[in-house]
Design a binder for this molecule. Structure first.
Ligand code: PMP
Length: 331
């Protein structure tokens, strides 16, 4: 049985470092796949712009260019809880477009700062949930000279995950291993559905498990609430999930508290400084494995970097491993 409790790598780091990248966007992808506590975790937080969203940002912008929807001098506008805003700001800067990020207030300040640092304008609309930002971005996207990728709706989001991220994970699993379960939080649902479709091509029985916060279980129970797992549960059921709901086997709720504790453990124990959704994913993947020990290959994703949450979750000493003050240490 292929169980390994160490964090061994089966990645393609060397592929990422081969030759000088012509452009920062060439460094997106080829992230390592590591074995953490018996679960395969795809280290998407290592992408430029610090999250999984670098992939859809590059993919959707290049698709729009090919289809003639985006021309030099145009403005890209998108609603986001933050990571897609950071990723699109990077892509827009690298390609010379203007970028307008529409996001709710109440998200970590780092995400706003990163988009601004990358040259974007940030318009804060609504509070915590993305509903109002979504309406605003849609409205602005209709204007001449604007393009809105519409990540919550677009099949291009699903397509990227089916043709790029999904096959990349499959190519990194050890020979003979096929995914038996995918555990992934739902923001747009693009990763769960698109990677899920890629996995179903090699294993029609692979379980596709969505994750949402207990405090905001929108798909499971139609409720929204304040939670700490930024990037998932944005306040509504996204179009992608409404369209592809029948593909999912289950949606599981996890508390913010458990997710944050696991996020901290991953950093301390494995040296991977990730955000709250990574903690949520590992908690649910572990639970699934305990309930179904027959599942040998469970895959999940570590989606963004802890650096984006320093002001929210890593400022006090206790959260940072309880630094011993010099005075105490000498006692
Ligand atoms: N985790 C984080 C940190 C994210 O930013 C996102 C995307 N918003 C997700 C998980 C969920 O990804 P998806 O949009 O593909 O459902």
């Amino acid at each position: 049985m292929m169980r390994d409790y160490s964090a061994s790598t089966s990645g393609t780091l060397s592929a990422r470092m081969r030759g000088p990248a012509a452009n920062v966007l060439d460094a997106i992808g080829n992230t390592p796949l590591v074995h953490v506590d018996g679960i395969w975790a795809k280290l998407e937080f290592l992408n430029p712009s610090g999250s999984i969203k670098a992939r859809i940002a590059k993919y959707m912008v290049e698709k729009a260019e090919k289809e003639g929807l985006l021309k030099p001098g145009d403005t890209i506008v998108e609603a986001t809880s933050g990571n897609t805003g950071n990723a699109l700001s990077m892509v827009a800067a690298a390609k010379g477009y203007r970028m307008l990020v529409v996001m709710p207030k109440g998200m970590s300040g780092e995400r706003v700062a990163i988009s601004r640092a990358l040259g974007a304008e940030v318009l804060e609309v609504g509070y915590f949930h993305v509903n109002e930002a979504l309406a605003k971005a849609r409205e602005l996207g209709q204007k001449p000279g604007y393009f809105c990728p519409a990540q919550f709706e677009s099949e291009w989001n699903v397509e990227e995950n089916r043709v790029w991220l999904g096959p990349e994970i499959l190519s990194q699993l050890p020979e003979g291993a096929i995914p038996e379960a995918l555990v992934m939080g739902v923001g747009t649902g693009g990763t769960l559905v698109g990677v899920g479709q890629a996995f179903r091509e090699v294993n029609p029985d692979v379980k596709l498990i969505g994750v949402e916060p207990d405090e905001s279980c929108t798909i499971l129970c139609g409720e929204t609430g304040r939670h700490a797992i930024e990037g998932i549960a944005d306040g509504f059921v996204p179009g992608i999930i409404s369209r592809h709901r029948t593909l999912l086997d289950e949606v599981v709720a996890v508390t913010s508290e458990e997710s944050l504790a696991e996020m901290r453990r991953i950093a301390r124990q494995y040296g991977m400084f990730v955000g709250p959704s990574s903690g949520a994913h590992l908690v649910v993947a572990q639970r699934l494995w305990k309930a179904h020990p027959e599942l040998k290959t469970i895959v999940t994703l570590f989606c963004d970097e802890g650096e984006k949450y320093i002001s929210e979750h890593f400022h006090d000493a206790a959260a940072n491993g309880g630094r011993i003050e010099e005075e105490d240490a000498t006692k």
